[in-house]
Each structure stands twice: as structure tokens, then as C-alpha cells.
Design a protein around this ligand. Sequence first.
Ligand SMILES: Cc1cc2nc3c(=O)[nH]c(=O)nc-3n(C[C@H](O)[C@H](O)[C@H](O)COP(=O)(O)O)c2cc1C
Ligand code: PXP
Length: 201
Amino acid sequence: MSDRSGKFAGDDPFEIARAWLAEAEETEINDPNAMALATVDQSGLPNVRMVLLKSIGADSFVFYTNYESAKGAEIAASGKAALVLHWKSLRRQIRVRGTVTREDGPEADAYFASRSLKSRLGAWASKQSQPLGSRADLMAEVARVTAAKGPNPPRPAYWGGFRIAPVEIEFWADGAFRLHDRFVWRRETHENAWEITRLSP
Ligand SMILES: Cc1cc2nc3c(=O)[nH]c(=O)nc-3n(C[C@H](O)[C@H](O)[C@H](O)COP(=O)(O)O)c2cc1C
Ligand code: PXP
């Protein structure tokens, strides 16, 4: 018997995540879709940085980045990642762990095309995570690609989405005196049904 209700109601964790994000969009001062993305490098050393969650699909969480960045190399090597969304205004968090595939088809093209021209040119100009001599070098590269790419630059092959397909999703909501509510959805593989468990705070 589960005593889940209210903000935890429903059996589809992606629907709950979408509902919580929609609430956060009303209450956060900026970037309600900001999430910390964790990966591990080849030696097993964890790495973490913020990225923006751009969609919650039927079975996945999608963000966009440079495939040749540190995170891109770490995901390519491990095929795995974790993320956490935290909303101070709601006092809630969502944690996700899973396997990662590239989203580099029409959805990525459409997302890239939706970005401002300057952001698209920035993606062309920046060798993300590589050493950079100076800000002036970066701006010179922006000027070069602006002249070279014209008003409608295509999506670079090295820039696109990553789709995290969870095997674990935990919803956490603040409770009085640290007696928080936690529910985790777990499945051994993506083919298995979810098992839902309440966890101690
Ligand atoms: C709020 C916030 C959102 C960010 N969103 C993204 C993003 O969606 N994609 C991205 O590539 N970098 C994003 N960044 C920059 C990353 O945190 C990071 O500096 C960059 O991706 C390089 O990370 P890496 O060297 O680990 O690959 C964001 C930074 C902040 C603070
Ligand atoms: C380098 C970089 N790429 C991509 C993004 C994703 O956001 P957007 O597509 O909205 O620019 C960000 C957000 O800060 C970013 O810093």
C-alpha cells in the first residue's frame, strides 16, 4: 500500500517531473530548468556542472551541449549520467540516474534553429572546454564565423542533445524538522516495470 498523494500523485514519473517543472516556472526567479549534470571521467573521478533541461520526453530528459566538451567525452566513454534539479522556491528536488544517447536528429536541428542567431554563432565559435588564449581570441572567432556562416547557420555536427533515459528517479519534498518526503522509481533495465518505494528522509 502506498501513501503517495498530492504532489507525488500518479504513477508516471515523467508526468510528475513535468508538473513540478511547470510549478517551478511560476516561482523561480530564473532558470527553473537549470540542473546539475554529473558524469565520471575515465579514472572514475566524478564531474558536475549546470546545464539547462530542454525537454522531458515520454521516457527521457534532454539537454544540449557540445559533444567535444569534457561532459561529451565523459558521456561517450561511460554512456551514463545523473542529474539533479533543485528548486529553492518550492523546496523540492528531483534526482535522475540513467543511460545516455545522443539526440542529434531533427529534434536537435529544430532546437538549434530556435536559438538566437548569436547563440547559434556562439556554438560555432566556441571549442567548449578547450583552453582559450583570451576573450579577444573568442570574439575574433565569433566575428569570423559570423562572416562565414551567414544569417542561418546550420547545427554544427559536434553540437546537439543528450537524452538521459532513467533507471532511477527520486522525488524529494521538504518536510518540517527535516522529515522530508522521498519517493523513488526504480527499474533494473528500461524494459522492466517501475518499482516505487518511499525512502527515509
Ligand atoms: C545555469 C547554467 C546553465 C548552463 N547550461 C548549459 C547547457 O545547457 N549546455 C552547456 O553546454 N553548458 C551549459 N552551461 C555551462 C556548463 O555549466 C559548463 O560550463 C560547460 O558546459 C562546460 O562543461 P564541461 O567542461 O564539463 O563539458 C550552463 C551553466 C550554467 C551556470
Ligand atoms: C554553453 C551553453 N550552451 C547551451 C546552453 C543552453 O541554453 P540555450 O540553448 O538556451 O542557449 C547554455 C545555457 O547557459 C550554455 O551556457
